[in-house]
Design a protein around this ligand. Structure first.
Ligand code: AMP
Length: 547
């Protein structure tokens, strides 16, 4: 077992196996059966070309041999920060086959995030693209290596510019296959990034058994099979487009994966039509973007199901999208830690558009509890707790966090407030965790505050979610100025965070300078009041906008 992880107790593991939920199939096996039986079948499509199942299988083997050649061994960790390119899939498969664990960073992550991930996981290698969306990731990777001397390799998808290219590793391996046994099904297959509530991102260990089950179960409830075409318009490195059923679920079934570099209608609409996409995953902000771009659509997307979730979706916006685009919206509630709830495409419209659905697997356990940990009746709001065959039992190397994130009997505390309808579907009502859900990208308030406080002219800082028309929520930072200094402007503060290496979506969108931060009776910063001051629903106590 990987050190720093918490195993599923034996009695649960035995049950999941005997019920046929954990089948013993590993992600190392992806693409192999199709390659043997029907190798010319298309596995991956991008705007630049297509790759068959045989090519995907053989390239994964060659890269695995190349990676073994530079010394990567089972249970090593490799931080992968690749966008939606075929190399993302080839790299993941190659690592799975070696039993090496990909740590799935996002292409928007920058020095602060990547250096932390490399350090925290003692990563043996970092994999980046050459240039993506006009940003040179090789220069970024060099900075990360300077900051993390223990990082042994920086590998580049595309033009390596003096670093090691993935292509070169594949070429050197020739027709070699890695001479290592497949990983065990109960081994950790990958580490996902948590939506995060703490100052540092937390990592979610997912095993081969559990992640394969999630992909299969999600596909089954969505009616997605080997004839389906899955479009990854969100980053494939995120659980939503990776395994719900996402690209890995689609490959498990032998279906076709279409990779788009973003959900932008310009890029995606021609693919929808040209490739006959049957399923995709979107955040609510993207659905609105698609609805506004309907004149660009060549034909109504009648055969398409869009799973929409990750943030609150207004049912009226969902109805408008269905009417304008012709697609079917299925709302979902997902969390990278485990249990996925979704509505089914065949559900009545009021269920699909007004609830966030129900678990995808019969062994998933959900509880909705009050502040004392007691179950609330249907219709009442409470915190959602989760346990089941693909839900984590502990974050990686995080014993203190684990002590507060789980109940004594192993339920994960989501920090999300939901209610259950009489029909058994959940509806997300809010949250008790300190996160800003910026168009589906989760920003931990504590992480932003930690960076803002390092500005020399800032004494105290508090980050809160404030409403935004297009993204749903944005980040507003309230600060007090350090003694005798002028507070920074918003522009200066954003620059300061960017220089510290923070990803763009973590930079504050709004800044308010206050004489002091309001406190609750127990001395905690009163974030509810700060939000009220922003929206004008409580009188501003000496606040003024800056920058
Ligand atoms: P992540 O692990 O990045 O997918 O983030 C999971 C979090 O996204 C959840 O804990 C929720 O806070 C939020 N989330 C997911 N689905 C929904 C939804 N349908 N409505 C509101 N928030 C959601």
């Amino acid at each position: 077992m990987l050190e720093g992880t918490v195993p599923v107790p034996h009695e649960f593991a035995d049950r999941y196996r005997s019920e046929g939920l954990w089948t013993g199939r590993t992600l190392a096996d992806l693409a192999r059966p199709q390659s043997r039986m029907d190798g010319t079948r298309t596995a991956v499509v991008t705007a630049r070309g297509r790759m068959s199942y045989r090519e995907l299988d053989e390239r994964a083997d060659r890269l695995a041999a190349g990676l073994a050649g530079i010394g990567l061994r089972a249970a090593d960790r490799v931080v992968v920060a690749l966008p939606n390119r075929p190399e993302f899939l080839v790299t993941c498969l190659a690592l799975f086959r070696l039993g090496v664990i990909p740590v799935l960073a996002l292409p928007s992550d920058r020095r602060a995030e990547l250096a932390y991930l490399c350090e925290h996981t003692d990563a043996a290698a970092l994999v980046v693209p050459d240039v993506h969306q006009r940003f040179d990731h090789r220069a970024l990777a060099r900075e990360v290596r300077a900051e993390v001397p223990a990082l042994r390799h920086v590998l580049v998808a595309g033009e390596p510019d003096g670093l090691t290219g993935l292509d070169e590793l594949e070429r050197q391996a020739g027709t070699a296959r890695p001479e290592v046994p497949d990983p065990a099904p109960s081994d950790v297959a990958l580490l996902l990034l948590s939506g995060g509530t703490s100052g540092r991102p937390k990592l979610i260990p997912r095993t081969h058994d559990d992640y394969a089950l999630q992909g299969r179960a999600a596909a089954a409830v969505m009616g997605f099979d080997e004839r389906g075409v899955y479009l990854a318009a969100l980053p494939a490195a995120h659980n939503a487009a990776l395994g719900c059923p996402g690209v890995l679920g689609a490959l498990q079934l032998g279906a076709r994966v279409v990779l788009a570099s973003s959900p932008s209608p310009d890029e995606v609409f021609p693919l929808l039509y040209g490739e006959g996409v049957t399923l995709t995953t979107l955040m609510p902000a993207h659905l609105a973007l698609w609805t506004d771009a309907v004149p660009l659509l060549t034909a109504r997307a009648e055969g398409l199901v869009a799973e929409v979730g990750g943030a609150m979706l207004d049912p009226a916006a969902a109805r408008k999208a269905e009417e304008a685009l012709g697609l079917t919206v299925s709302r979902w509630f997902g969390i990278s830690e485990g249990v996925l709830c979704c509505t089914r495409p065949g559900d009545p419209a009021d269920v699909r558009l007004e609830t966030d659905g129900r678990p995808i697997c019969p062994a998933d356990e959900t509880r909705i509890v009050d502040g004392q940990g007691d179950d609330v009746p249907d219709g009442a709001e409470g915190e959602l707790l989760l346990r089941g065959p693909y839900t984590l039992r502990g974050y990686y190397r995080a014993p203190e966090q684990n002590a507060v994130s789980f109940t004594a009997d192993g339920f994960f505390r989501t920090g999300d407030v939901v209610r259950r309808t009489a029909g058994g579907n959940i509806v997300v009502c809010g949250r008790i965790k300190d996160v800003i859900n910026r168009g589906g990208e989760k920003v931990a308030a504590e992480e932003v505050e930690r960076h803002v406080r390092t500005h020399p002219a800032v004494a105290e800082a508090s980050a809160v979610a404030v409403p935004d028309r297009s993204l749903g929520e944005k980040t507003c930072v309230f600060v007090t100025a350090a003694d005798g200094l002028d507070p920074p402007t918003l522009r200066e503060l954003r620059l300061h965070l960017a220089e510290r290496g923070c990803a763009d979506h973590k930079l504050p969108d709004h800044l308010r300078v206050v004489a002091e931060l309001p406190r609750t009776s127990i001395g905690k910063v009163d974030k509810k009041r700060l939000r009220g001051e922003f929206t004008g629903t409580v009188p501003a106590g000496g606040t003024h906008a800056a920058g």
